[in-house]
Design a protein around this ligand. Structure first.
Ligand code: THU
Length: 236
């Protein structure tokens, strides 16, 4: 996967401004991230956050961030750099990098989700959530990642979807979500808004803390949703 090909995986139907970042982990593994916009603009995930959370959700720690024009993204970068203390380099100085695989072999979905819960970074809530998005290429995992600034954390569902989109694995089949605690597992409103854009009519399997399961469809979880056709600049 070349850096050029990666950038093309950006999901930017509203701005048409693609963006890519790559993170090197302590173990020398590389994780990519692309910009993923949302019809509800504030739910947009930057390439930097996406790449960092791709790395962190794989139980790795970021040491270097490669982006185009680091100076242009100074403000966004500063927050994350303070948080994780990585080095910044210009992506254009790098040639081909071999990205980590994020597709997981899964025999037993509930058991895999249970194990994944241990990778959630939940210093703020102590409420781990795990997700698996099924694509034609296999299952891509996600866990929730929190930061001291709550508004910069991301839910497990959105991290799993963002990883799949970054890797160009967008032939989605189903989504699976599990929590360890709480009355029942249920994607939050922000996740439903993102899900309606990428997995609108797909089955969503919820694995509840008491061992029971339920099956839903995204469109039922977010009826009367905000449509991208309402935005005039979608096809600009
Ligand atoms: N969380 C998820 O990961 N998915 C959901 O759909 C519900 C909420 C996370 C976000 C935050 O890290 C913690 O659970 C408490 O809200």
């Amino acid at each position: 996967m070349t850096l050029f090909n990666l950038e093309k995986n950006s999901y930017v139907p509203y701005s048409h401004k693609s963006e890519v970042a790559v993170v090197e982990s302590k173990n020398g593994t590389w994780y990519p991230g692309v910009r993923i916009e949302n019809i509800s603009f504030p739910l947009t995930i930057s390439a930097i956050q996406n790449a960092l959370f791709c790395c962190l959700s794989e139980a790795e720690y970021p040491t270097t961030v490669l982006i185009k024009n680091p100076l242009k993204q100074k403000e966004n970068l500063q927050y994350w750099q303070k948080q994780y203390g990585f080095t910044i380099a210009d992506i254009r100085e790098c040639n081909d990098i071999k990205m980590a695989s994020v597709v997981r072999p899964v025999d037993d979905i509930p058991a895999t989700l249970q194990k994944l819960l241990d990778d959630a970074l939940v210093d703020e809530s102590d409420f781990p959530v795990a997700a698996l998005v099924e694509t034609d290429a296999g299952f891509i995992p996600g866990v929730n990642i929190e930061t001291p600034d709550w508004s910069r954390g991301l839910c497990a569902e959105r991290i799993a979807l963002a990883k799949a989109i970054t890797y160009g694995l967008t032939d989605f089949k189903s989504l699976h979500i599990s929590t360890r605690d709480g009355e029942y597992s249920s994607p939050c409103g922000a996740c439903r808004q993102v899900m309606i854009e990428h997995v609108p009519h797909h089955p969503v399997h919820l694995y509840h803390a008491d061992g029971s399961q339920s099956r839903h469809y995204t469109s039922d979880l977010l009826p009367y949703s905000f449509q991208s056709s309402s935005l005039q600049n979608k096809s600009k």
